[in-house]
Design a protein around this ligand. Sequence first.
Ligand SMILES: O=C(O)CCC(=O)C(=O)O
Ligand SMILES: [Fe+2]
Length: 379
Amino acid sequence: MGLAAVESNNGHEVEESTYQRGVKHLCEGGIERVPRKYVFPVSERPHLGTERSDVCCGGNWNLKLPVIDFAQLQGSNRSQVLEHLADACEEYGFFQLVNHGIPSQVIEELRSVGRRFFELPYEERCKYMNLDMRSPVRCGTSFNQNKDQILCWRDFLKLSCHSLPQHLPSWPSNPSDLREVAANYSLKTKFLYLKLMEAILESLGVKEIAPKSMEDQENDWMAKDLENGSQIVMVNCYPACPEPDLTLGMPPHSDYGMLTLLLQDESVQGLQIHHGGRWLTVEPISNSFVVNVGDHLEIFSNGRFKSVLHRVLVNSSSTRISFASLHSLSLDSTVRPLPKLIDEANPRRYKDTDFASFLNYISSVGHKGKNFLDTRKLT
Ligand SMILES: O=C(O)CCC(=O)C(=O)O
Ligand SMILES: [Fe+2]
């Protein structure tokens, strides 16, 4: 073995191939320093403690995201809430969703099963490890494992959810309740996503996605396309890190789809969004979702709503676990700006695209910041 393949960590030799087994596995081997492979250049590090704190916590700027009350959205206050929703998607690309109606037991069960999955021995988790980004069920590490020059302090379990009868049999059977709990959660979040998209389309001036009559072909197409769209539940595990200011759990990125519904870790913060030229830490609100606009929705809204860069910090004391439900159109659907939003004053700003080209792009070029979306912009 060549010297380049081995790194010394306080006297312990770490082989490069060890990194592919994930951060959890690396930590279980006992480490006191962050291996070079995970060290970000100074300009990309989180700079903990160097910025003034305005709320609390570790020297970071904290941010209270706009709060959208889902129950009010379904009630007589709908038009007012729709305005807030559109403002949040324009200004932040993010909001917190409260009163979402998903029973807390469903969420607690998911949190528990996600934690127990990552507590399984490596030999159990590695049954699901592979390097194929298109694989519907996959355990992996870092951000874009095949492309990352610098690795991120993150392991994940990816579960494709559409359609459930197709994918459920290949989900992990250990812990024994994982399939049932995650399937139940995925159905509930899909319902919430469809309701949110209905509201978002309404806020963009497209009144109904659930057509009253079959004559409304365009709207009918849209409703079906959203319903048949892809859904991935990603369980992110960021183990406690001995030198958290040298690395990141996830690098700055935007999400590719329409919307992401994220369950943050309620007690361990770490999500930061780029807003007003600064990185701001999103304060977790208990029993809420952090919802963010993805690249497809930015295109769909012809740039009115923004998919905003976000990243994840790690910390030295606690493992952080988050659950992202990523929703997009199906692999073969075309995403284009809504015709109703294009006129002389607002010309089309993006080329057509689809989910398959995004996957091809990140498999060959890699995913950095908003690089894929930039290739879809019309100048
Ligand atoms: O862990 C988090 O808070 C964010 C996760 C995220 O950005 C993602 O899964 O795309
Ligand atoms: Fe993300």
